[in-house]
Ligand binder design. Structure first.
Ligand code: DC
Length: 226
């Protein structure tokens, strides 16, 4: 049977970079489910469909295809109607569109089987908000990865500046706070620690320490040893 690690937590806690590295070390596939919500957010933005529950959003879901592919290095790409949109979904605007679109129950239902199927045949670390609570409630390992909002905003700010984007720390912090609020207050599958999860707070940990901690939690749960 394949092994599933459910990794949930708020935006900017470092889930993706930490999980990518841990997955490589453990020879698991890393699945970033946020990319799926981002791709649907992008589809809605492109077509001028408002990110609220509506027949228009349901029609949109019937018209598009969203998929994740992995190259030989195990790196993920997200495809919207066959187009690789992995780069286009990483702007602050796309983040906000994803946060809004992800509150819509029809969108969450649309992505459920796709996510579950990915964990059926391969060992995965699946990163999201509701992986341990909804998508893979039987995952052998559930981790809730978090950090203070200021630390998360600071990291994201650095990332975007390094990519040459013109952003302000204050705006990023406000975005983080707003997205936390959206993600934890929505009615369907809100962000919350899953029952039986291990909470890891990375506010005071650097990247390498965070990776080590995650790997040791996974090994301990699976093999019963550090
Ligand atoms: O992890 P991320 O920042 O790329 O996610 C983008 C948005 O998608 C985020 O606001 C929350 C939402 N999301 C979700 O609701 N459920 C998931 N499993 C993954 C992401």
């Amino acid at each position: 049977m394949s092994i599933a690690v459910a990794l949930d937590g708020p935006a900017g806690a470092g889930k993706s970079s930490i999980a990518k590295r841990a997955a490589k070390a453990l020879d698991f596939i890393y699945v970033d489910t946020g990319a799926l919500y981002r791709a649907i957010g992008l589809a809605a933005t492109r077509r001028g469909v408002a990110p609220v529950a509506s027949p228009e959003v349901e029609a949109l879901l019937n018209q598009i295809t969203v998929d994740l592919t992995f190259n030989e290095k195990g790196e993920q790409a997200v495809l919207l109607d066959g187009e690789d949109v992995s780069g286009l979904i990483r702007t602050p605007e796309a983040s906000m569109a994803a946060s809004e679109i992800s509150a819509i129950p029809a969108v969450r239902a649309y992505l459920l089987d796709l996510q579950r199927n990915m964990a059926k045949t391969r060992d995965v670390i699946m990163d999201g908000r509701d992986i341990g609570t909804v998508v893979l409630p039987d995952a052998q390992v559930k981790i809730f990865l978090t950090a203070a909002p200021e630390a998360r905003a600071g990291r994201r700010y650095k990332e975007l500046i390094e990519k040459g984007m013109d952003v302000r720390y204050e705006d990023i912090l406000q975005d983080v706070i707003k997205r936390d609020y959206n993600d934890t207050h929505r009615e369907t599958a809100p962000l919350k620690p899953a029952e039986g999860c291990v909470t890891v707070d990375t506010t005071e940990l650097d990247f390498e320490q965070s990776v080590e901690k995650i790997i040791s939690v996974i090994k301990e749960k699976i093999y019963g040893a550090e």
